[in-house]
Design a binder for this molecule. Structure first.
Ligand code: GLA
Length: 426
């Protein structure tokens, strides 16, 4: 029996980066180290804190974060009451118990800075600490949003020049997750990097790293999600800047074209993801009205094969039962949350048909047969794709049904814009 072909050379990217950082750090300290015991002690101390802080980071988001984010449905008009309602709905619908634990406020919560530079929430958020307490009391975690630029994408106050102060405020309020969105910092790059891509890259790394250090300095474990819209191949450097997840492209919209243009463009990125550091193809649109149930199943299936963060983006308190059943299908969610954290890849693309697969911890393989066509299509699953001749155990995770064993290959009828999602056990 052959295991899947795509080995993950850096499945433990974070750990590798960590030790590389450490080696270069030690090397940087090495010359003086030999000369002075005091410095040697200091270096050891720094090493210890480095390891400790990276260890904290590595423990965060060991599986892709799951929860809810306000942006896709509420936009910049989000309020304290909406966030509380989302927290209540996560608890009441059972979604929290399926793993959706982050309640993330996106852009639109910010007010003005005080004279001493303290960022205050706007009138729709009377008391952030009380809101965090409310969310925590329901067994959930609170997320917030800011930008490394002077302004956020919706034109609100950003964190530029106030990183440490803002990180402290977030920690004081009880925030557990920060989405840090490049927005107006792009303008800063245009103005200050003068078209020099290396300088722009250095600056971008620097501002994202700066907020990471500020968060770490608070001592509160805060998941760090950066959003640079795929700029400058963020997947190659974001985890070194301390990010637990990074956006791989532009904003998602509530329609099949947008979801699939983004989702099926994630090929080749799997080697950059792993426990504690994830590619983020953006949030879910399920339940917002623009996707049919088949299209919604396509998004959740693909995102789960991609080990993507699963942040529902709909109005949870007014969700229809189809959307809830899709979002809350635990067999699918357990593919996304598989503890080994190996992101899946495309195995085959033929016109509008795609086959993606992902190795799971117990040796089984999750396989998605996708039909991007507007009519039904038969897709043949040939086990040779995975170096197998037969599989005894086949589970259809949307139907919650075991299927007969497969010898060689089997053909599945896949609905228009739909998916058949299987777990096969070699
Ligand atoms: C950007 C991000 C979105 C959202 C908005 C808020 O467009 O990509 O996800 O956060 O900003 O203004």
């Amino acid at each position: 029996m052959k295991s899947l072909l795509w080995k993950q050379p850096s499945a433990h990217n974070m750990e590798m980066v960590t030790s590389e950082n450490l080696i270069s750090m030690v090397a940087a300290f090495q010359c003086p180290l030999n000369r002075s015991k005091t410095i040697s002690f200091l270096a050891m101390l720094i090493m210890f804190f480095c390891l400790a802080s990276r260890a904290t980071l590595a423990q965060l988001a060991t599986t892709p974060p799951m929860g809810w984010n306000s942006w896709n449905h509420f936009g910049a008009k989000i309020s304290d009451a909406d966030v509380r309602a989302a927290a209540d709905a996560l608890a009441a619908t059972g979604m929290r118990d399926s793993g959706y634990i982050y309640v993330n406020i996106d852009d639109g919560w910010q007010g003005k800075r005080t004279e001493s530079g303290e960022l205050t929430p706007n009138e729709r958020f009377p008391d952030m600490k009380a809101l965090a307490d409310y969310v925590h009391a329901r067994g959930l975690k609170l997320g917030i949003y800011s930008s490394p630029g002077p302004l956020t994408c919706a034109g609100n106050e950003g964190s530029m020049g106030h990183e440490e102060q803002d990180a402290k405020a977030f920690a004081k309020w009880g925030v557990d997750y920060l989405k840090y969105d490049i927005c107006s910092y792009r303008k800063v790059l245009d103005q200050e990097a003068h078209g020099d891509p290396d300088l722009a890259q250095q600056m971008m790394f620097g501002v994202f790293e700066r907020m990471h250090s500020a968060l770490q300095a608070t001592g509160r474990p805060i998941v760090y999600s950066i959003s640079q819209h795929g700029l400058s191949r963020g997947w190659t450097w974001a985890s070194q800047a301390g990010a637990n997840l990074w956006r791989t492209g532009d904003d998602i919209r509530d329609n099949y074209l947008s979801v699939t243009e983004i989702g099926f463009a994630q090929g080749g990125l799997s080697k950059f993801a792993g426990r504690g550091h994830w590619n983020d193809p953006d949030m879910l649109e399920i339940g917002n009205g623009g996707l049919t149930p088949d299209e919604a199943r396509t998004q959740l299936s693909l995102w789960s094969l991609l080990a993507a963060p699963l942040l529902a983006g709909n109005n949870l308190s007014k969700m229809d039962s189809d959307s809830l059943a899709i979002l809350n299908n635990r067999e699918v969610l357990s593919i996304d949350q598989d503890p080994a954290g190996r992101q899946g890849s495309r195995f085959c693309a033929e016109g509008p048909l795609e086959i993606w697969a992902r190795d799971l911890t117990d040796g089984s393989i999750a396989v998605g047969l996708f039909n991007r066509n507007q009519g039904p299509v038969s897709i043949s699953l040939d086990l040779k794709l995975f170096g197998l001749k037969e599989v005894a155990k086949v589970r259809d995770v949307w139907l919650h049904r075991d299927l007969p064993p497969i010898q060689g290959s089997r053909t599945f009828l896949v609905a228009p814009h739909g998916v058949v999602l299987l777990v096969i056990h070699p």
